[in-house]
Write a protein that binds this ligand. Structure first.
Ligand SMILES: C[S@@+](CC[C@H](N)C(=O)[O-])C[C@H]1O[C@@H](n2cnc3c(N)ncnc32)[C@H](O)[C@@H]1O
Length: 274
């Protein structure tokens, strides 16, 4: 039986997966389609704000204080401590990557995020890019949590106070809309994480996904991707190159707020000039 091997451009994920993985995929497909059909909502979910952060170690404290000063933000005033820490972490990573690659920090324009989960990091993207429009696109937005709220319900809570921000439940592979900046945090580039996230393998098609990025990106636009470790980043990069995106730069990031291994890799892509 074949194990989850790297899947190449345009190939069918199923052909590279074991029988067991295909069975799991079918099981996930059942729940995914049921969720889509039910489109359940309990109403907007708002987190109980922590107000202040507690029990930080020295590194976390310093890093967060510096981000708060630089970006004039206090995520804990609108989110629980757990979410706020994750938000500072993503802000720190974005800030590190942007400086390392010496990207210009312009504001405004349309920012799209691919695979936003419940869009808990919308405040981060809003703080960092100051976009005129921010859109999170998530294919499984109807996924329900144990408390009966859905990802969509959470997303509405996270974006409620952010101007010009939307959460779209849609497959990005069919999402046609121009963007100045497109971000993707940990997109699926191998089949195993798709199953680990309890999704069917029919959703696995990185080549098609990145082709859509290349199509939606404005000529001056930037595609910013974060991958888990060098191996995953290399697979993602190979995929991007095949879809007409040109690499601008790559750097390894250090998660100082929520340390994790392997270190995240941030890469930046542009459309090939016509
Ligand atoms: C590894 S998770 C990352 C979630 C989020 N970006 C984060 O950093 O917490 C990948 C996400 O992409 C979503 N996804 C996968 N394929 C997608 C597609 N074709 N269009 C939109 N979302 C997709 C999944 O449902 C999942 O929520």
């Amino acid at each position: 039986m074949l194990d989850a091997a790297p899947v190449h451009q345009g190939t069918d994920a199923h052909a590279y997966c074991s029988f067991q993985q295909r069975v799991r995929s079918r099981y996930h497909a059942f729940w995914y389609h049921l969720g889509e059909r039910l489109a359940w909502s309990r109403g907007i979910y708002r987190e109980q704000p922590a107000q202040d952060l507690h029990d930080l170690n020295g590194v976390q404290y310093e890093r967060i204080a510096s981000l708060q000063r630089r970006f004039r933000v206090r995520f804990e005033q609108r989110a629980t401590q757990g979410t706020a820490l994750r938000q500072y972490d993503y802000l720190d990573l974005l800030n590190q990557g942007w400086s390392a690659l010496r990207l210009l920090h312009s504001t405004g324009g349309t920012v799209q995020d691919i695979g936003s989960s419940n869009f808990w990091y919308a405040p981060v993207l809003h703080t960092f890019f100051r976009p005129s429009k921010l859109i999170g696109v998530e294919v499984e937005g109807h996924r329900m949590y144990i408390n009966g709220y859905s990802r969509h319900d959470y997303a509405q809570g996270y974006i409620q106070d952010l101007p010009n921000t939307e959460f779209h439940i849609q497959d990005y592979r069919g999402y046609r809309s121009p963007a100045d900046i497109i971000t993707a945090w940990y997109p699926f580039v191998t089949p195993a994480p798709v199953l680990a996230w309890r999704l069917p393998l029919s959703l696995f098609a990185p080549h098609v996904l990145f082709s859509q990025v290349a199509h939606n990106l404005q000529p001056h636009g930037v595609f910013l991707m974060v991958n888990q470790g060098k191996d995953e980043a290399a697979i993602a990069a190979a995929c991007c190159r095949k879809t007409g995106l040109t690499e601008y730069g790559t750097c390894e990031l250090r998660s100082r707020v929520r340390p994790r291994l392997p270190p995240p890799i941030l890469s930046c892509w542009m459309r090939q000039p016509a």
